[in-house]
Design a protein around this ligand. Structure first.
Ligand code: FES
Length: 64
């Protein structure tokens, strides 16, 4: 699903950078993706994807 329409960035791309590069905030993610740089409408959705990815990863580590 597209989370940033202006730049054509998907939730999977965001999650990948959270998991692979350790990006835990919009500011850190901006070092890897050109997000939230035009209208800014995507900021809240992207933050939710970051949070959900971190929570999911935390649960995964506890199980294993
Ligand atoms: S939707 Fe992301 S900058 Fe506009």
């Amino acid at each position: 699903m597209y989370v940033c329409i202006c730049k054509g960035i998907t939730d999977k791309q965001v999650a990948q950078h959270v998991l692979n590069d350790g990006a835990g905030s919009i500011r850190e993610l901006k070092q890897h993706l050109d997000i939230s740089s035009q209208c800014g409408t995507c900021t809240k959705v992207i933050q939710k994807v970051i949070n959900d990815t971190i929570i999911d990863e935390g649960l995964f580590k506890e199980v294993c």
